[in-house]
Write a protein that binds this ligand. Structure first.
Ligand code: ADP
Ligand code: MG
Length: 417
C-alpha cells in the first residue's frame, strides 16, 4: 500500500519530528571534528526546505557512528548543525540532548519554520532497543512524524519505528520525506510492473549476500546478468576451475537452484564467458593489519578454467561487450553489485563499461535505471556517471533488504495513504 508523504500533510504550526540520515563521515583535524562528505545532509535539504516553507516546526533526530549508549563527544551532531545552517541558509538550533526538559522548553518557544537538531539519538542504548519508554520521551515533542532516513528504516529503533507508532496511536500522521518517497518509488513501485525488457545486473562479492535478491528478481526480470566474484561460485558449480578466486563452495547448490529457477521461468540468465585474472605474488610486506600484501602480477583475460595460482578480478572484454549490448536494449535496469574489484583501476574496466551501457540505455533508449547497493553507487560515482542514471539509492544495506522484499519497520510504521 502506498505511504503518506509530506506532500499529503498540513504542517503549519505543527511540531514535525523528522528522522534524518546525518550519519556522515567525520575526521578529527587538530581536535576538531570535520565533516568529510556532506552528501547525506545535502540529500535531505529538499524535505527540510519543503517543510520549512509549509510552516512546520522542524525537530530533527539522527544518529552518528556507534557511541553504544555513551556521550561520545567525537560523535556529537553539533558540527552537523553548523553545516546544515550553512546549507539551508537559515538558523539551526542545536540541543545537546535528544530527550528531556531542556529539549521540551526549546521546542516550546519554536516558531513556524524554525529548525532544531537534537543530539545523537544513539547516546542512549534505548534507541537501538526500541525501548517504549524512551520512544515516549522522544515523542513528547512530536505532533507529526516524518521519516527521511531510508538507510536506517530496515531497523526497528525508537527513532525509526517506536515514535511513529506512538504518534499514530495519538491520531497523528506519519509520512515519508521526499528522499524516502523516491526510494520507495524506484526500488518499490517502478519494479512492481517494470517496462520491458527488464534487465537485472548482479555482481559483488558473494552469492550468499545476494541469493534472496536473485530469487525474488528471477520472478520479475527478463534477463539477469551475473558478474563480480559471485560469478565464480556459479562457475565452480559447473566444475570450472576457479583457482584462488573468491568462492563459496557451500553455495554451489544455491547457484544451481537459481539457474534451474531461471530456466523454469524463462529468464535469460547469463554468466560471464571470460574473466580478467592475475597471479598474486607475496610481496614480503605486511599491511597495517599485519596481513601479507600480494602483488597482482601477469594480468590477463582468459575463458574457461582459471589456473591454480591465479585469481579472477573482473569480467572480461567479451562479456563486457555482450552485457553492454543487452543493457542498451533494456527499458528497465536494476543494478546491484560491481562487475569486479573496481576499486583497483586495473580491474575497473568491466564495471565501467556496464555503467556506460546503463547510461546509454537511460539517455538513448528511455530506460529507467536504478542503482542499489553501497559499492555499486560508489562505482558509478567513481566512473563520473552518477548524474546520468535515473536513480541511485542512498540506502546501502537497506536497499538490498528492501529489494529482497523484506518488510522494513521504518516504512511499515508510516501511515497508509
Ligand atoms: P554492493 O555494496 O553494491 O551491494 P557488494 O558489497 O556485494 O556490492 O560487493 C562489492 C565488492 O565486491 C567490492 O568491494 C568489490 O571489490 C568486490 N568484488 C567484486 N568482484 C570481485 C572479484 N572478482 N574479486 C574480489 N572482489 C570482488
Ligand atoms: Mg557493499
Amino acid at each position: 500500500m502506498a505511504k503518506l508523504t509530506i506532500r499529503d500533510l498540513n504542517v503549519r504550526g505543527q511540531r514535525v519530528f523528522i528522522r534524518v540520515d546525518f550519519n556522515v563521515p567525520m575526521e578529527d583535524k587538530n581536535g576538531q571534528m570535520v565533516i568529510n562528505d556532506t552528501t547525506r545532509i545535502v540529500e535531505t535539504l529538499p524535505t527540510l526546505k519543503f517543510l520549512i516553507e509549509q510552516g512546520g516546526k522542524l525537530i530533527l533526530t539522527a544518529h552518528l557512528g556507534r557511541p553504544k549508549g555513551q556521550r561520545e563527544t567525537s560523535m556529537s551532531l553539533r558540527p552537523v548543525a553548523v553545516k546544515l545552517a550553512d546549507l539551508l541558509g537559515c538558523n539551526v538550533a542545536f540541543a545537546d540532548d535528544c530527550i528531556g526538559e531542556k529539549v521540551e522548553q526549546t521546542v516550546g518557544i519554536m516558531k513556524p519554520g524554525d529548525v532544531l537538531l537534537l543530539e545523537n539519538v544513539r547516546y542512549y542504548n534505548e534507541e537501538e532497543k526500541n525501548d517504549p519508554a524512551f520512544a515516549e520521551k522522544l515523542a513528547k515533542v512530536a505532533d507529526v512524524y516524518v521519516n527521511d532516513a531510508f538507510g536506517a528504516a530496515h531497523r526497528a529503533h525508537a527513532s525509526t519505528e517506536g515514535v511513529a507508532r506512538i504518534v499514530a496511536k495519538r491520531g497523528g500522521q506519519c509520512a515519508a520525506g521526499l528522499l524516502m518517497e523516491r526510494e520507495l518509488k524506484f526500488l518499490g513501485e517502478e519494479l512492481e510492473k517494470p517496462a520491458r525488457p527488464f534487465v537485472v545486473i548482479l555482481g559483488g562479492a558473494k552469492v550468499s549476500d545476494k541469493i534472496k535478491v536473485i530469487d525474488r528478481l528471477l520472478e520479475k526480470a527478463d534477463t539477469i546478468l551475473i558478474g563480480g566474484a559471485m560469478a565464480y561460485t556459479f562457475k565452480l558449480a559447473h566444475d570450472v576451475k576457479t583457482g584462488k578466486s573468491l568462492i563459496e563452495p557451500d553455495h554451489k547448490h544455491t547457484a544451481l537452484a537459481a539457474e534451474a529457477k531461471a530456466e523454469k521461468l524463462g529468464v535469460n540468465f547469463q554468466l560471464p564467458t571470460d574473466t580478467v585474472i592475475a597471479t598474486p605474488v607475496d610481496s614480503g610486506k605486511l599491511n597495517k593489519k599485519g596481513k601479507p600484501v600480494y602483488d597482482l602480477t601477469n594480468i590477463r583475460t582468459i575463458s574457461g578454467d582459471i589456473p591454480d595460482d591465479a585469481e579472477g578480478f573482473s569480467i572480461g572484454a567479451e562479456t563486457e561487450k555482450n552485457y553492454a549490448a543487452i543493457i542498451r536494449g533494456a527499458k528497465t535496469i536494476l543494478w546491484n553489485g560491481p562487475m569486479g574489484m573496481f576499486e583497483d583501476p586495473r580491474f575497473a574496466a568491466g564495471t565501467n563499461s556496464v555503467a556506460q551501457a546503463v547510461v546509454d540505455a537511460t539517455q538513448n533508449n528511455g530506460a529507467v535505471s536504478i542503482i542499489g547497493g553501497g559499492d555499486s553507487v560508489k562505482a558509478i560515482n567513481k566512473a563520473g556517471l552518477g548524474s546520468k542514471v535515473t536513480f541511485m539509492s542512498t540506502g546501502g544495506g537497506a536497499s538490498l533488504e528492501f529489494l529482497e522484499g523484506a518488510v522494513m519497520p521504518g516504512v511499515a510504521a508510516l501511515s497508509d495513504k
